[in-house]
Design a protein around this ligand. Structure first.
Ligand code: NIG
Ligand code: FE
Length: 415
């Protein structure tokens, strides 16, 4: 961004996503708002009638946007995706409909490992093309920032290939993409019954190389009885610390392995899934300031009946985020709006909680809270305009997309 000519956004209704608890001057909604943007950043925010004349005059008419109806929000953030993968698992979907459990399919060498096989076979270009289609679907619903995990390579070259594709998607689309190395996702076939040896390989080769090539922003793992135990995960996290990388964890999805408490000890950015999280785990998250990421798409697909402990998360004021978990197994879904609806209907999140969960709290789950997730002075000018009468409608509808216009760093997003 070279120009310093300001752009002004006038909007009948703005949902700022500012956190209510943060003292004075918190305005979660603003009517008849004006937002001044310079060099891609918000420099003034308030009611149009309070906008200083001088600012108004500095702005050329071609640098003005006026939304007389609808709502403006910050760009949505999908803080947990496995967007890059080869093939799909519709065959396993049919098996599950016939009553075979997700865990059972995984134990038979299907599940994650079948996607590993397909992903290893595809070229970087092939993976890029299919992931781009999914990214376009997310973006069409106002997603301007997202996280993409590796974890379907499970060998050095294939993990690097996935992470390179994620970096290329960011350059190509202009969206903000955080990459996460999830090499500790499953034990690959060639390490069958040698999980500890595989963890050695992850720590000695995959993580250092990915980090060396500047391909990774965070490190994740799957802590589960069909994944890795806490001892193995802590070795991965120790390596991440050594490399100066923050951590996250797939935790308490299918059983309580106390992964969340372990992740909290490493000041994890987020722990994700959490259906089997207990109160000790919740209180550990409170202490570490870790975000609880809920993934209603996986809950729904696996026909889980145990809900994440929402009441306890509220009681301990743990920030809650929601994400698609877009992946070919447990959540073949590229709609963050649908996740908003599901989080409300399936987990009884309030509309306000759900909106904060895909903005402010999702930014925090990616370590981006200083620049993303709110319409506030000093933050990135990422905006979405929605054709709705009330902002609540973003959670209320499903299978409907009221997004009309997207701005990234104050500029309209190119198609
Ligand atoms: O977030 N839980 C583990 N990993 C993914 C699922 C991956 C898959 O089934 O391919 C998840 O649900
Ligand atoms: Fe996941």
């Amino acid at each position: 961004m070279t120009t310093s000519t300001p752009t002004i956004f006038y909007a009948a209704n703005v949902f700022t996503s500012q956190t209510r608890t943060s003292q004075k001057n918190v305005q979660q909604t603003i009517k008849n708002a004006a937002i001044v943007v310079e060099n891609g950043m918000i420099t003034w925010l308030g009611i149009e009638s309070d906008l200083p004349e001088q600012m108004k005059n500095e702005c050329k008419t071609e640098n003005e946007y006026r939304f007389t109806t609808g709502w403006l929000t910050t760009g949505l953030i999908d803080c947990h995706t496995h967007l890059i993968y080869g093939g799909n698992r519709s065959g396993e979907f049919k098996q599950r409909l016939e009553g075979v459990a997700y865990k059972e399919i995984a134990r038979q060498g299907g599940g994650i490992l079948s996607t590993v096989k397909a992903t290893r076979q595809e070229t970087e270009d092939e993976l890029f093309d299919s992931a781009l289609k999914r990214l376009h679907q997310l973006r069409s619903e106002g997603v301007t920032c997202l996280e993409i995990k590796s974890g379907y390579g499970l060998e050095l070259d294939a993990e690097i290939k996935m992470l390179k594709v994620a970096r290329k998607l960011a350059v190509y689309t202009g969206l903000d993409i955080k990459t996460t190395c999830l090499a500790a996702h499953a034990v690959p076939e060639e390490y069958k019954d040698r999980a500890d040896d595989y963890i050695d390989y992850v720590c000695d080769q995959i993580l250092p190389e990915a980090s060396q090539q500047n391909l990774v922003d965070a490190v994740d793992g799957f802590c589960e009885n069909i994944g890795f135990n806490t001892k193995q995960i802590s070795r991965v996290f120790d390596k991440a610390m050594e490399l100066g990388l923050p951590v996250k964890l797939h935790a308490e999805q299918l059983s309580n392995q106390h992964g969340a408490s372990l992740a909290a000890k490493y000041s994890a950015l987020s722990v994700d899934h959490l259906e089997y999280l207990d109160e000790d785990g919740v209180s550990a998250l409170k202490v570490s300031g870790t975000v609880a990421v809920l993934l209603p798409g996986a809950f729904y697909t696996l026909r889980e009946t145990q809900k994440p402990p929402i009441e306890q998360l509220r009681k301990y004021q743990v920030p809650i985020a929601i994400a698609t978990d877009s992946n070919p197994g447990s959540s073949p879904c590229n709609s963050l709006l649908l996740m908003l609806n599901m989080a409300c209907t399936l987990f009884q999140l309030t509309v306000d909680e759900a909106l904060m969960a895909v903005t402010t709290n999702a930014a925090k789950a990616l370590g981006l809270e200083a620049t993303h997730g709110q319409i506030q002075v000093g933050m990135n000018a990422d905006f979405v305009h929605w054709d709705v009468k009330e902002v609540d409608e973003l959670c209320y509808y499903f299978g409907t997309n009221p997004c009309t216009k997207i701005f990234k760093n104050g500029e309209p997003l190119k198609e």
